[in-house]
Design a protein around this ligand. Structure first.
Ligand code: FES
Length: 573
């Protein structure tokens, strides 16, 4: 065997005893010759492809391109599957399983003979789950996201994933679109492989993976079907082998500076509110101190630089042609940590300096922003002592200072049963309140926070109202929607005690939510409150309810916070 610097994988493949025999012999049933076990870097390709996760279904082709690069660089690529999370199919919500997938990724990496790992992701939760898992092991790591779908077109009109579903659905309820038209739009929206083509959670998280320094520059915006996606996957295969040789690990990249960059980039992109929860959870795995308030304090001078749905007009395909993330980061460079290290082995500044904007209708500069205040900001008050969030770019400006009576729904079933009741006492000034949809309460904190408006108000032409919940909302959604109320209702946060008719005042400029009920009344309601029975006695869901943290902490499991490294102490036979 060739003498090389001893790599982690050699613990398996480098022995001449019984264990080495076992580790190599069974691998040879795949036709691998002796020399691939000679001490070259073994690269795991963590593939979240699944036909049940349509946004990731094409990742096999990307894995093949990564392998080409790994072989070319003298590495030994081995692909492995993990759990995948399809946002559109999984019940009760894909978020319930993000932590489970992260455990699968973490343990699959640690238990197997790999020296570096390439993470193939796409759909919303798959990106954070993979990064969380990989960060808890800390090998050299590159992300290759599968890329967005092509633009949707319906009757000559550009339509975007998710965002236009919400719009069409409201139009059907308002009587301005027929069910037949609604059905016809279905196949027009999702017309190629890839994840949501809006700046929803998937695009936000893949772009933030790039902003963190974990993807090769330009990868996030590349459409799934663009041949250059395979090229960049090939280049990632080349690069991960180099990273193993340089011993450049994921913790070298995921620094506090990298997270600050990602938070600022998310604001400039009009990124999803879900990024808040995922970045907090990812930082927790690395041990980087990050708190909810950082998302507010770090973004006060960051305007909206990308004109993308749901905050704007265009889609990811247009974003790619306009210059993609490198162009946005170049425009933001003076407020980013330019010296943050990336997987290229160079800094953010090296990677993006000179990246041009090719279409100023889609990407702009800080002196001519699409919106001055666009970030997801943090609200606090007696309703949510640990905070709540609102995405300014997706809200109606005049509703961001508003006082109105609450119309309270105790849970999602209550909401569905009553929202279209013609006798429901609700006006455009009311504030819709939805409880028991937090991490423990649902469980899994689903994307139901952008509650549909009452049919009778839609029919009057009302298009937005203030809504407050302990749920999340889809990154593709929009509206004056306050989310992630913490502590959630199910654990007895003050939010649990709100009743219909209570006055609530929101003041986004001053970051306040005030629940106008006396202290005495509040205390009385707290005494009368009965903890809802969380009906899961066994299995993963019972584990989830016991261990999930609150939204302001990232909704990770308490026992997963932190990292255990790549060492495994014992042999298997
Ligand atoms: Fe998968 Fe939107 S449903 S990215």
């Amino acid at each position: 065997m060739v003498q090389r610097k001893k790599l982690r994988s050699q613990r398996w493949f480098g022995k001449l005893d019984k264990d080495g025999f076992i580790h190599r012999s069974w691998m040879k049933n795949q036709g691998f010759p002796d020399h691939v076990f000679d001490g070259r870097p073994v690269i795991g390709i963590c593939n979240s492809a699944s036909q049940f996760a349509p946004c990731n279904a094409h990742l096999g082709q990307i894995a093949d391109a990564v392998k080409r690069g790994v072989w070319e660089a003298g590495g030994f690529p081995l692909e492995f599957p993990t759990m995948s999370l399809g946002e559109t199919l999984m019940l009760p919500t894909a978020m319930l399983y993000r932590n489970l997938m992260s455990m699968d990724v973490e343990e699959s990496i640690r238990a197997n003979p790999m020296d570096g790992v390439v993470l193939l992701c796409g759909c919303d939760k798959t990106t954070p789950a993979q990064i969380m898992g990989a960060a808890s092991v800390n090998l050299p790591t590159i992300v290759v996201s599968g890329g967005p779908m092509l633009n949707g077109y319906y009757r000559g009109q550009v339509i975007g994933s998710g965002t236009d579903v919400w719009r069409f659905s409201e139009a059907v309820r308002a009587g301005t679109m027929t069910t037949a038209e609604f059905m016809a739009a279905e196949s027009c929206m999702s017309r190629s492989p890839g994840h949501c083509n809006t700046m929803g959670t998937a695009s936000t998280m893949t772009n933030l993976a790039e902003a963190l320094g974990l993807q090769l520059p330009g990868c996030a915006a590349m459409p799934a079907v663009d041949s250059r996606k395979l090229t960049i996957a090939h280049l990632a295969g080349l690069r991960i082998v180099e990273m193993v040789k340089e011993d450049c690990r994921i913790h070298d990249i995921l620094t506090r500076q990298a997270f600050e960059n990602a938070i600022r980039v998310s604001a400039a992109l009009g990124g999803s509110t879900n990024a808040v929860i995922h970045l907090l959870a990812m930082a927790g795995r690395v041990g980087v101190p990050l708190v909810l308030d950082d998302f507010d304090t770090l973004t006060q001078d960051i305007p909206l630089l990308a004109n993308l749905k749901p905050s704007g007009q265009f889609l990811m395909e247009d974003f790619f042609y306009a210059g993609g993330l490198p162009a946005v980061m170049n425009a933001l460079l003076t407020v980013l940590h330019g010296n943050a290290l990336t997987v290229t082995g160079k800094t953010i500044k090296d990677n993006v300096t000179g990246a041009e904007i090719y279409n100023r209708d889609v990407i702009t500069t800080r002196d001519k922003p699409f919106l001055k205040n666009s970030a997801t900001v943090v609200l606090k008050g007696n309703l949510c002592p640990q905070g709540a969030v609102i995405k300014q770019a997706a809200a109606t400006p005049k509703l961001m200072q508003h006082c109105g009576p609450a119309v309270v729904f105790e849970n999602i079933e209550d909401f569905k049963a009553r929202i279209d009741d013609p006798h429901l006492e609700v006006t455009a000034d009311s504030i819709l309140v939805l409880k028991n949809c937090g991490p423990k309460g649902y469980p899994g904190m689903p994307e139901v926070g952008n509650m549909a408006l009452p049919k009778k108000l839609l029919e009057k032409g009302i298009t937005d109202m203030v809504r407050i919940s302990d749920a999340r909302m889809s990154g593709t959604a929009y509206g004056t929607v306050i989310l992630h109320v913490s502590p959630e209702a199910a654990v007895g946060g003050p939010f649990a005690f709100v009743k219909t008719g209570d006055k609530i005042e929101i003041d986004v400029v001053n970051r306040r939510i005030d629940w106008k009920v006396s202290d005495t009344e509040r205390a009385q309601r707290q005494q009368q409150w009965k903890k809802p029975k969380l009906d899961y006695e066994r299995g993963y869901t019972s584990l989830y309810i016991k261990h999930v943290t609150q939204a302001h902490e990232g909704a990770d499991f308490d026992f997963l916070v932190g990292h255990s490294g790549d060492e495994v102490k014992r042999e298997s036979h």
